[in-house]
Design a protein around this ligand. Structure first.
Ligand code: F6P
Ligand code: MG
Length: 461
C-alpha cells in the first residue's frame, strides 16, 4: 500500500488551494460550524434510542452503547471547540494508516483550520470507528432510521416513476427499440438521465434547509422538465453522440450517492439502459458503511427492494401494480447478474479521485473495463475535482487531473451543494452571483452540472 507523503499528494492534487473550514466566507465553514454539530447530535440521538430499545438483559451491549454515545458526544465537543483532529485508532482496515499519514502531512490541524473534504471524510470515518471497534455494534447503521423515513415519505414520486417505467417497458415490448428514430432515442436518454440527476436533489443531509414541499417539487416529473434550464454545464449531447448512441450490450458503472429516492431513480435509469439493450451489465458501487448521512450501503439496496414489494410500506401509493411490476423486473435483472453490486474501500477514504489511479490501481482497472462510469452527486463531484478553488471556467477534463488520461469515461451527474464549480462559460458565475448571491447558487441544490470526459477518446487520432 502506497505511503501518503506531502510530495506524493502535491503531485496528485489540484494546483489550487482546497476549500478550508477556516474560510468564514465559504460553505465549508458553514457546514463545519452549523451542520456537523446537528449531524453528530442526530447520531447520538439515534444511538440513544437504539440503546433504550434494547432488552435490559442485554447489559454488555447497553453498556458499550452508552460508552459509544459518550465518545461521540466528546467528538462533537472537540469539533465545535476547534480542537485538534486526533489520529484514528486501528480497526483492522487499511485506510486508517492513510488517514493518519495525511493528518501528519497537514501538521496536526484543528477542526477550523483544515481542508473541508479531508475533515468531512475523517468525521464520518471517525464516527464509524466506534462501531467497527465495538463488539456489539459492528454493523449498526445510525443513519438507517433517517434514510428509511425519508424514503417512506417519497411514495408519490416513487409511484409516478414506477408508472412511467411500466409504460416505457410495455412500449418497448410493443415496438422495436432499434426501429425508433434516433432523435426519440436521444430524448428518452435525456429524460432518464434527468431522473437520475435530480434524484440527487433530495439529499437528506440538506434537509435542515429543504422543506418537504421543496423535495416533492424536485422529485416530480414537471420539475424534472422545468429544471433542465438549471443545468449550468451540460455535456449530455457528447455522452449520447460519443458513447450511448451506438452502445449495444455494454456496461455502465454507477458510483452511487444517496439511498432511498435517489437510489430508486438511479435504478430506473440503470434498468432503462438494460431494457433498451444499450447495456448488458450495470455495476453499482455503494459505500461500505454509513457515510455522509444518506449514502447507499449494500444493506440499503436490499432494503429498497424489500420496501418496494411490501404492500404496507408506502401508505399513499395507489398503483401498487406498477410498483410490483417494477420490482419483479428489477429482481430478475439482479438475480440474472445484469445488476451487480460491487463495494470498494476506496469510496470511504478521504482521497480525491485525482489520486485514484495511483492509490487504487485495482479499482482503476475495473473502471477501465466499463463503457461509462457515472459519478452521482455532490460529494463524488467534489472528489473528482479535488474540492479545490478552481476558476469556474476550468474545463472538467483539466479539473479531474490524473484520472483524465487513464482510459476511463467519466460522467458526473451533480446537483450543486458545495463551493466548487467548474466547466462554466465565461461570465456565467458572475451572472449567477449577481442574480442569486455567490454562495446560494453553488449550494442550494437547485442548479446542476452534467460533466463528461471521454478518457477513451484517442486525442492523437
Ligand atoms: O452540503 C454539504 C454536503 O454535506 C457536502 O459535504 C456534500 O458534498 C454533500 O452535502 C452531500 O451531498 P451528496 O449526497 O449529493 O453527495
Ligand atoms: Mg450523499
Amino acid at each position: 500500500m502506497e505511503t501518503i507523503t506531502e510530495s506524493l499528494l502535491r503531485s496528485l492534487d489540484p494546483p489550487h488551494p482546497k476549500y478550508n473550514n477556516g474560510d468564514t466566507s465559504s460553505f465549508a465553514h458553514k457546514s463545519a460550524s452549523e451542520r456537523w454539530p446537528i449531524i453528530i447530535t442526530q447520531v447520538v440521538d439515534d444511538l440513544y434510542r437504539a440503546v433504550q430499545n434494547l432488552d435490559p438483559s442485554e447489559t454488555p451491549k447497553i453498556d458499550e452503547g452508552k460508552r459509544i454515545i459518550e465518545s461521540i458526544s466528546k467528538l462533537k465537543y472537540d469539533e465545535t471547540h476547534d480542537r485538534a483532529l486526533e489520529a484514528l485508532q486501528e480497526d483492522g482496515r487499511a485506510d486508517i494508516a492513510q488517514y493518519n499519514d495525511e493528518l501528519e502531512t497537514l501538521k496536526h490541524p484543528t477542526w477550523f483550520n483544515v481542508p473541508w473534504l479531508f475533515s468531512e471524510c475523517y468525521l464520518y470515518r471517525r464516527i464509524y470507528l466506534h462501531m467497527s471497534r465495538s463488539q456489539h455494534w459492528k454493523s449498526y447503521d445510525y443513519f438507517f432510521r433517517s434514510k428509511d423515513s425519508s424514503f417512506k415519505s417519497s411514495g408519490k414520486a416513487v409511484e409516478e416513476l414506477a408508472v412511467r417505467y411500466k409504460n416505457l417497458v410495455q412500449d418497448l415490448e410493443g415496438h422495436s427499440y432499434d426501429k425508433m428514430a434516433d432523435q426519440a432515442k436521444k430524448l428518452l436518454f435525456e429524460e432518464m438521465s434527468q431522473i437520475s440527476l435530480w434524484g440527487n436533489a433530495t439529499d437528506l443531509s440538506l434537509l435542515t434547509n429543504l422543506s418537504y414541499e421543496d423535495m416533492q417539487k424536485l422529485q416530480g416529473a414537471e420539475a424534472i422538465k422545468a429544471s433542465q434550464k438549471n443545468v449550468l454545464a451540460n455535456d449530455i449531447d457528447a455522452v449520447w453522440n460519443g458513447v450511448m448512441k451506438d452502445l449495444r450490450h455494454g456496461r455502465v458503472d454507477i458510483v452511487l450517492d444517496n439511498a432511498g429516492f435517489e437510489l430508486f431513480a438511479d435504478l430506473v435509469f440503470a434498468t432503462y439502459l438494460l431494457e433498451t439493450q444499450h447495456c448488458e451489465t450495470i455495476v453499482l458501487h455503494p459505500k461500505d458503511f454509513a457515510w455522509f448521512v444518506s449514502d447507499v450501503t449494500p444493506r440499503d439496496v436490499a432494503h429498497l427492494f424489500a420496501c418496494m414489494s411490501d404492500e404496507d410500506y408506502f401508505t399513499d401509493v395507489r398503483n401498487r401494480e406498477a410498483l410490483q411490476f417494477m420490482t419483479e423486473r428489477w429482481m430478475e435483472h439482479y438475480s440474472e447478474g445484469r445488476i451487480i453490486i460491487r463495494p470498494n474501500a476506496f469510496w470511504t477514504t478521504a482521497h480525491p479521485y485525482t489520486r485514484l489511479p495511483t492509490l487504487a490501481p485495482t479499482l482503476l482497472a475495473t473502471l477501465q473495463e466499463s463503457d461509462l462510469v457515472i459519478f452521482k452527486g455532490d460529494l463524488n463531484f467534489r472528489k473528482l475535482v479535488g474540492d479545490a478553488a478552481w476558476p469556474t471556467t476550468t474545463p472538467f477534463s483539466t479539473a479531474i487531473g490524473d484520472l483524465a488520461g487513464k482510459d476511463v469515461r467519466v460522467l458526473a451527474f451533480r446537483t450543486c451543494k458545495a463551493d466548487v464549480c467548474v466547466g462554466l462559460p465565461r461570465g456565467r458565475a458572475e451572472q449567477l452571483d449577481a442574480e442569486h448571491g455567490a454562495l446560494t447558487w453553488r449550494t442550494n441544490g437547485k442548479f446542476a452540472v452534467v460533466s463528461f470526459h471521454d478518457g477513451k477518446l484517442r486525442r492523437d487520432s
